[in-house]
Design a binder for this molecule. Structure first.
Ligand code: MLC
Ligand code: AMP
Length: 503
C-alpha cells in the first residue's frame, strides 16, 4: 500500500544489518531494527486509537526510540508534532489545545506535571525516556513487529511544527509527505549523500534542521548517523575519524573554530560541514577554513519551507551568502510595498515557491492566506538580494525576530510576559550581537516611578512561563523607550545603543 514518504525510505533501505544509528554509548540500531521498532510503535499507536490524520504530540529527550516514534507516525498515517523539551506547561497547554492530539508522549519525569493539561484536551498520555524506558516502550515489547503501512499521498500531512508568530500565538506549520520527501531527495542529491555517509547528529530533533534535514536525508540515502544527545565538542571531535558529515547551527562552528582539537588532521576524514538556521559570520567561515581546510557549506531554510537554497557542493561556497535556489525551488526578491519583482542586486522581500513549501497554518486559514501571494509564492519575512552570479544573500529580516543559537524568539511573546510584572510600564525586546549565540535576547524595560522590579525578579517570573532559551541574557532599565512620530518603538535605535553589550 503506498505511503508516500515511508515507501521512499523503504526504497532507499540498505541491507537490514546495515547501521542506521550509533548512539553516544555505542549502541547500534540497524535498519532492520528500525523497521521492527517503528512497526511495533505504529501498532501501539493504532491500539491507542490513533487514526490517519490524528496528531501525536511528542515532548521527549533525544533518543533513537524517539526517532522510531516519528517513523511510526509516518507509517500509521498520523501527524507527528514534536515539541521543544524546554517548553513549560503553560506553553504546552496552548499547543495541546490548538492541535488537539490523540496521544501525547512525554518524558516520564514530566508525566505528573502534564497529566491534567493532557486530560483536559482529551488526549491519552504515554511516556518515553532517553534510555528506552516508559509506557510506550513497555507496550511496544508486546506489540507485533508486522505492520501494514497506512496509505498516504503526497498531500497528506506528515508533521506539524509550531513556529512562533510575529503577533499573538504560535502557528502550526503543516508539512506534507510531499514537502518532506521532495526536500530530502533534493538535499541528498545536491550534497552528494550516499549509503557510505555517516552524519554526526548533535542537533535537537524537534525542529526542521535536526529532524527533517538531518534524519530524512540520512534515511533517504540509506546512510547512518552518530546520534549524540546534544552539542558537545569533545564527543564531536571524537567522531571525526569515523564520520563524514556534520550539520550544525553557526554556534556549533563558532565553538569548534575555537577548539584546539579541531584542525586539518582531525577533520581529514570529514567530507562536509553544513551550517544553517541562522547567519554564519564570514569571520567564522574564514577561521574554520584556515584551521581545517574545509569551506563550511551554508544553506537557508525555514520551518514553513524546509530548505530553499544551498551553497554549491562543487564550486564556490561564498561566505556571507546562502548559495543558489535548490533545484525545483523558485525564489524571487520583491519590493516590500508593491510586491513588484526586483532586479539582481536590489534588496527586498524573499518569496519562495516549490514542492518544499508547506500546506498552511493549522486552523488558521486567514493567517495562511496573508502569507501567500495570489500566484502561490510564500512571503518568507526575510530580506535579501540575488547577485549577478545567482547567489542569494540574506541581508536582514522584515519580521521582528531574534535568532539565538539557531532558536527563534519572538520579542512580542517576551514583552507580553514582562509587561505583566508588577511595576513594569512597558518593555522592548531586541537581539544584539552575541559572539556565541549570534544574537543575545535583551530586554529594555521602563519601570513605574517608585517601583523597582529587578533583573532577577523579572527572570524568575519569566522562568515559570517561558522556555529558558527565550529568557533575556540581560535586562536593562531605562526612563523611556525611543519612539518615532507615529509612537512606534524604534528598536533600531536600541539595537545601535546596545550593539556592544556582549563584547
Ligand atoms: C541553550 N541556551 C540558550 C540556547 N541554548 N540560550 C539562548 N539561545 C540558545 N540557543 C541556554 C540554556 O537555557 C541554559 O540557560 C544555557 O544556555 C546553557 O544551556 P546548554 O543546554 O548547556 O546550552 P548549549 O548546549 O550550549 O546549547 C547551545 C546550542 C543549542 C547552540 C548548542 O541551543 C542548540 O543545539 N541549538 C540548535 C537549535 C536548532 O536546532 N535550530 C534549528 C531550528 S530549524 P540556563 O539559564 O538554563 O542555565 C530552523 C530552520 C532551518 O531554524 O533553516 O534550519
Ligand atoms: P524557523 O522559523 O525556526 O524555521 O527559522 C527560519 C528563519 O531562520 C528564516 O526565516 C531565516 O530568518 C533564518 N535562517 C535560516 N537559515 C539561515 C541562514 N543560513 N542565514 C540567515 N538566516 C537563516
Amino acid at each position: 500500500m503506498p505511503n508516500h514518504l515511508f515507501d521512499a525510505i523503504r526504497n532507499a533501505l540498505p541491507a537490514p544489518e546495515a547501521t542506521f544509528i550509533e548512539t553516544q554509548a555505542g549502541h547500534v540500531w540497524t535498519y532492520g531494527d528500525m523497521l521492527d521498532l517503528s512497526a511495533r510503535l505504529a501498532n501501539v499507536l493504532v491500539e491507542r486509537g490513533v487514526g490517519p490524520g490524528d496528531r501525536v504530540a511528542v515532548q521527549v529527550e533525544k533518543s533513537a526510540e524517539a526517532l522510531m516514534l516519528y517513523l511510526a507516525c509516518l507509517r500509521c498515517g498520523a501527524i507527528y508534532l514534536p515539541l521543544n523539551t524546554g517548553y513549560t506547561v503553560a506553553e504546552l497547554d496552548y499547543f495541546f489545545n490548538d492541535a488537539k492530539p490523540a496521544v501525547v508522549v512525554a518524558s516520564p519525569a514530566n508525566a505528573d506535571k502534564l497529566a491534567k493539561t493532557v486530560r483536559d484536551c482529551g488526549a491519552l498520555l504515554e511516556t518515553l525516556n532517553d534510555e528506552g524506558g516508559g509506557s510506550l516502550m513497555e507496550r511496544a515489547k508486546d506489540a507485533s513487529s508486522v505492520f501494514s503501512d497506512v496509505e498516504r499521498g503526497a498531500d497528506d500531512l506528515a508533521a506539524i511544527l509550531y513556529t512562533s508568530g510575529t503577533t499573538g500565538r504560535s502557528k502550526g506549520a503543516m508539512l506534507s509527505h510531499g514537502n518532506l520527501l521532495s526536500n530530502a531527495l533534493t538535499l541528498r542529491n545536491v550534497w552528494r549523500f550516499t549509503a557510505t555517509d555517516r552524519l554526526i547528529h548533535a542537533l535537537p530533533i524537534f525542529h526542521t534542521h535536526g529532524l527533517f534535514v538531518a534524519v530524512n536525508v540520512t534515511l533517504i540515502s540509506g546512510a547512518s548517523m552518530f546520534l549524540l544527545p546534544k552539542f558537545d565538542p569533545h564527543q564531536i571531535v571524537a567522531r571525526f575519524d569515523a564520520a563524514t558529515v556534520l550539520m550544525g547551527v553557526p554556534t556549533f562552528y563558532v565553538r569548534l573554530a575555537q577548539d584546539e582539537r579541531v584542525n586539518r588532521e582531525s577533520t581529514a576524514h570529514m567530507r562536509l560541514f553544513i551550517s544553517g538556521s541562522a547567519p554564519l559570520l564570514s569571520e567564522t567561515h574564514q577561521t574554520f577554513r584556515e584551521k581545517t581546510g574545509h569551506a563550511i557549506l551554508e544553506r537557508y531554510g525555514m520551518t514553513e519551507t524546509n530548505m530553499n537554497t544551498s551553497n554549491p557542493y562543487e564550486g564556490d561556497r561564498i561566505a556571507g551568502t546562502v548559495g543558489f535556489p535548490l533545484p525545483g525551488v523558485d525564489i524571487r526578491v520583491v519590493d516590500m510595498e508593491t510586491g513588484a519583482a526586483l532586479a539582481p542586486g536590489e534588496t527586498g522581500m524573499l518569496e519562495v515557491k516549490g514542492p518544499n513549501v508547506f500546506r498552511g497554518y493549522w486552523n488558521m486559514p486567514e493567517k495562511t492566506k496573508a502569507e501567500f501571494r495570489d500566484d502561490g509564492y510564500f512571503i518568507t519575512g526575510d530580506l535579501g538580494q540575488i547577485d549577478e552570479r545567482g547567489y542569494v544573500h540574506i541581508v536582514g529580516r522584515g519580521k521582528d525576530l531574534v535568532i539565538s543559537g539557531g532558536y527563534n524568539i519572538y520579542p512580542k511573546e517576551i514583552e507580553t510576559e514582562i509587561d505583566q510584572v508588577e511595576g513594569v510600564v512597558e518593555s522592548a525586546v531586541i537581539g544584539v550581537p552575541h559572539k556565541d549565540f549570534g544574537e543575545g535576547v535583551t530586554a529594555v524595560v521602563v519601570a513605574r516611578p517608585g517601583f523597582a522590579p529587578d533583573e532577577a525578579g523579572i527572570l524568575a517570573f519569566l522562568g515559570e512561563r517561558l522556555a529558558r532559551y527565550k529568557l533575556p541574557k540581560r535586562i536593562l532599565f531605562v526612563d523611556e523607550l525611543p519612539r518615532n512620530t507615529m509612537g512606534k518603538v524604534q528598536k533600531n535605535i536600541l539595537r545601535e545603543r546596545y550593539a556592544h553589550l556582549y563584547d
